[in-house]
Design a protein around this ligand. Structure first.
Ligand SMILES: Cc1cc2nc3c(=O)[nH]c(=O)nc-3n(C[C@H](O)[C@H](O)[C@H](O)COP(=O)(O)OP(=O)(O)OC[C@H]3O[C@@H](n4cnc5c(N)ncnc54)[C@H](O)[C@@H]3O)c2cc1C
Length: 374
């Protein structure tokens, strides 16, 4: 399947011909594509920058994380979750499942290999995928070039953390952690913590901090949809999927907002303004995921999580908010989101996402995967 060539002495780069697709990323999407190809007997390789599969789940998530959606919506093709798993598997169960998945389909990614660029060579009709191998022999790093006909982009929507600039943050002096490095509230006991962001991560981190007797203030700068995780014991998500068979999105959105109001009450009075556009339409238009409440809202109601407005500037041990309030704080947790790194390495002149595979489970997982042709 693989043939090693010498790409020329000038770059001293190894060249490898791949007789099948190159898949970038060994998260759930990359593994699912690999499994599908294995079943069809198509050779492929997976290039993964981390030293393990599902590195987002293994290295960049907090301890209390559980799947937000019921397990039937999160399983990968042709390999169900074990019966004994709960409806909302823990992150450890999800990782165990993904490891069994990779073993079951005999998928062995090339670890520690970061894709730096992927270019389509029009003359030969081939992709040239350049990687850097971490920890290779010799000083610095080892570069490899893979040549293939097909490229599958499965590097995720959460590949890089987003860290916005804030005036005075360098003079703050306390700990500043991005949510991807947050594991648990254990190290924050008794501390006054500013959690910046009110998406699923911001809400869950704030909730976890409360459970460890920390004192979180959560910055809510923009609007957010908060939905109950379940309605009358049924997953809200499942209900939405069910309604999608018959109803337009705008109508489902109205129903969801009404149900959220019935179950959660008017969240706007706690400073959580709802966007003008409904949750599903917003997800469709801007990719913004609604928050599924798993307990943070009751902590907001009880005042254990304080909701505050946007940040004006930081100074030593303090933050000044847009409404003029000044808070003394010990730590800052940036739940400010993630972004894809594809625009940095996929070098293309024309539109290449000719085939977008919203493989049902992956789409539901918030995953995405593209197969590129030219
Ligand atoms: C904190 C957090 C909680 C979440 N919770 C849930 C949840 O409860 N339920 C849910 O359904 N979804 C959740 N998600 C969404 C999550 O994105 C998906 O569950 C899923 O991990 C996406 O799978 P993926 O394979 O598309 O991407 P990823 O899991 O992100 O995998 C992409 C892989 O590509 C690798 N990679 C990236 N760039 C390169 C490169 N240049 N070269 C080589 N390799 C590269 C990465 O290291 C990574 O291993 C959560 C996300 C976060 C951040």
């Amino acid at each position: 399947m693989l043939q090693s060539l010498d790409c020329g002495t000038f770059f001293s780069r190894r060249c490898i011909w791949v007789n099948g697709p190159v898949i970038v990323g060994a998260g759930p999407s990359g593994l699912a594509v690999g499994a599908g190809l294995k079943q069809q007997g198509v050779p492929f390789i997976i290039l993964e920058r981390a030293n393990c599969i599902a590195s987002l789940w293994q290295n960049r998530t907090y301890d209390r994380l559980k799947l937000h959606l019921p397990k039937q919506f999160c399983q990968l093709p042709n390999f169900p979750f074990p019966e004994e798993f709960p409806e909302y598997p823990t992150k450890h169960q999800f990782i165990t499942y993904l490891e069994s998945y990779a073993r079951h389909f005999d998928i062995s990614p090339n670890f520690n290999e970061t894709v730096q660029s992927a270019k389509y060579d029009e003359t030969f009709g081939l992709w040239r995928v350049r990687t850097v191998l971490a920890g290779g022999p010799g000083p610095g790093h080892v570069e490899v070039e893979y040549i293939c006909r097909w490229l599958v982009v499965a590097s995720g929507e959460n590949a890089e953390k987003v860290v916005p600039e804030f005036e005075g943050l360098e003079s703050f002096g306390g700990d500043i952690t991005h949510a991807c490095d947050y594991k648990s509230g254990e190290n924050f006991r008794g501390k006054r913590v500013l959690v910046v962001g009110c998406g699923n991560s911001g809400m869950e981190v704030s909730f976890d901090l409360c459970n460890h007797n920390a004192r979180p203030s959560m910055v809510v700068r923009s609007s957010v949809h908060v939905l109950p995780r379940e309605v009358l014991g049924k997953s809200t998500f499942e209900l939405a999927i069910f309604m999608m068979k018959w109803l337009p999105l705008w109508l489902i959105d109205k129903i969801l907002i009404f149900l959220a109001w019935l179950i959660l009450g008017n969240v706007e009075k706690y400073g959580l303004k709802r966007p003008k556009i409904g949750p599903l339409q917003l997800k469709n238009a801007a990719g913004k995921t609604p928050v599924l409440d798993i307990g943070a809202l009751s902590k907001i109601r009880s005042g254990e999580i304080k909701v505050v407005t946007g940040i004006k500037k930081f100074s030593s041990g303090r933050v000044e908010l847009l409404d003029g309030e000044v808070l003394n704080i010990d730590s800052v947790i940036l739940a400010t989101g993630y972004r894809s790194n594809v625009p940095f390495w996929l070098k293309v002149k024309h539109r290449v996402f000719d085939v977008f595979l919203p493989l049902s489970q992956m789409f539901l997982l918030g995953s995405s995967c593209y197969v590129t042709f030219q």
